[in-house]
Design a protein around this ligand. Structure first.
Ligand code: ARG
Length: 468
């Protein structure tokens, strides 16, 4: 074997890797995404080794320049990253040695790819979390301005896909805003637990060189080093947490997609998706399909699959590292790409969607105010259970006679309970139903305005924080 073609670990081998095995084993096809964070980690590692005199000042200068060059070459696409290089860690190291000579071989002193890959993933994860939160902020801002613009649109609210009570469209919209707040909290939690620096763990027993781990943590922007080298190299919780928070987020988007898809049907006609977020049919000329939302709903399955895939990979891996764990990356990267584009498309589709308030209003069925009617009797002193029965009988009568509740005259109402009086007319108006629900969190105008005002405040505070 030609020395320069040999793998960095080839010393104890007398045979080359079989070609299919080489392809099977290589992660460079996907972990090349980590090149910038890998090089960042190597810079810090070189500095830490310099502080304990494993690398001289002069050598440090050479290594840092060499790493700069490797980074430039990779970012310019000049370095061919082939399967024989195995993974990005070895590709960077090998190229560094080609550029600076033997001294490049010093940066792996006391380091293993086992702690290196954890470092790379954690560094990459923090960039990904920031990018995810920015996209979520944009969606939340879209929801807030949509709610403000549609504050007074009243629509039927559903349970069991049956009309239940009238609600404001803005109230419905703000439900997603608060789901996203919780999603954000999960991503922030993921960040805080991933905020530990693993270098110095070596393969798993801890490095035999007393690198200053506090220095490394500081240099790389972590709050502290990891506590236990065995845990540090075995752990993939930070990815599982990201995948899990992503799965929950996608589930939220997916439920809203489902509603909007149904609402955009000709039967409902509550909303119309913008053409820019719809596609046509190759056969049926009239079709305008909500593919943007269907794809977000569909890709949710894929993100769930990624979580399930990594959970399953990890469950049988004995401590510490086994190659199974290389399977973490595609699930991670695919989730990032899928969540980001889903957030972007969903935000665009929502922002450009047209609402038909008349259609929403007109579709309120004749029974949707039944609870309000029962509440009317309860406010006049009847026990709610009795009110429920009285109104239940009135509903039965109305259904049998093809009438809505509003169409029942006072005599009919009083036939079931003499508590009904003239003022009941005021109860059987959808706007009045929402107006009575000004309790915090409710669908009343002021209550929803309170929610959106609070939402805007939260967003403004966040923007201020990131500017600091
Ligand atoms: N490419 C490997 C991975 O992603 C890097 C770690 C390899 N470690 C090892 N001991 N072979 O998991």
């Amino acid at each position: 074997m030609n020395e320069s073609d040999a793998k960095l670990w080839a010393g104890r081998f007398s045979k080359p890797t079989e070609a299919t095995m080489e392809r099977f084993n290589a992660s460079i096809g996907f972990d090349r995404r980590l090149y910038a964070v890998d090089i960042k980690g190597s810079r810090a590692q070189a500095k830490a080794l310099n502080r304990i005199d494993v690398i001289s000042d002069e050598e440090l200068g050479q290594v840092l320049n060499g790493l700069d060059q490797v980074e430039e070459e990779i970012s310019a696409g000049q370095l061919s990253l082939t399967d024989d290089l195995e993974d990005i860690h070895m590709a960077v190291e090998k190229r560094l040695i080609e550029i600076v000579g033997e001294v490049g071989g010093k940066i792996h002193t006391g380091r293993s790819r086992n702690d290196q890959v954890v470092l790379d993933e954690r560094l990459y994860l923090r960039e990904v979390l920031a990018g995810t939160l920015v996209r979520m902020d944009r969606l939340q801002a879209t929801l807030l301005s949509f709610s403000d613009r549609h504050l007074d649109v009243v629509m039927p609210g559903y349970t069991h896909v049956q009309q239940a009570q009238p609600v404001r469209l803005s109230h419905y919209t703000m439900a997603l805003f608060w789901m996203l707040e919780r999603d954000r909290g999960r991503f922030e939690d993921c960040f805080s637990r991933s905020d530990r620096m693993p270098l110095g763990s070596g393969s798993f027993a801890g490095s035999a060189y007393a690198v200053d781990r506090e220095f490394l943590a500081q240099e790389l922007g972590f709050s502290a080093p990891t506590e236990n080298s065995i845990d540090a190299v075995s752990d993939r919780d930070y990815l599982l947490e990201f995948l899990s928070a992503s799965a929950i987020l996608m589930g939220h988007l997916s439920r809203f997609c489902e509603d909007l898809i149904v609402w955009s049907s000709s039967e409902f006609g509550f909303v119309a998706l913008d053409e820019a977020y719809s596609t046509g049919s190759s056969m049926m000329p009239q079709k305008k399909n909500p593919d943007s939302l269907e794809l977000v709903r569909g890709k949710t399955g894929r993100v769930y699959g990624n979580l399930m895939s990594l959970l399953t990979v990890m469950k049988g891996v004995p401590l510490t590292y086994s190659k199974d764990m290389q399977e973490d990356k595609e699930a991670f990267f695919d989730t990032i790409d899928t969540v980001w584009i889903s957030l972007e498309v969903f935000t665009g589709a929502w922002a450009s969607m047209k609402v038909d308030p008349q259609k929403m209003q007109a579709s309120l069925d004749g029974m949707v105010l039944a609870t309000d009617l029962a509440d009317y009797l309860a406010r006049k002193g009847l026990p709610f259970r009795t009110c429920h029965q009285v109104v239940g009988r009135l509903v039965k009568f109305a259904v049998e006679n093809g009438k809505s509740l509003e169409q029942l005259d006072l005599a009919t109402l009083r036939g079931e309970s003499d508590v009904f009086e003239e003022d009941v007319a005021e109860v059987l108006v959808a706007e009045n139903s929402t107006a009575r629900r000004n309790i915090s969190g409710g669908t009343g105008r002021e209550a929803v305005m309170g929610q959106t005002a609070k939402g805007w405040r939260l967003l403004a505070e966040r923007i201020k924080e990131t500017e600091l």
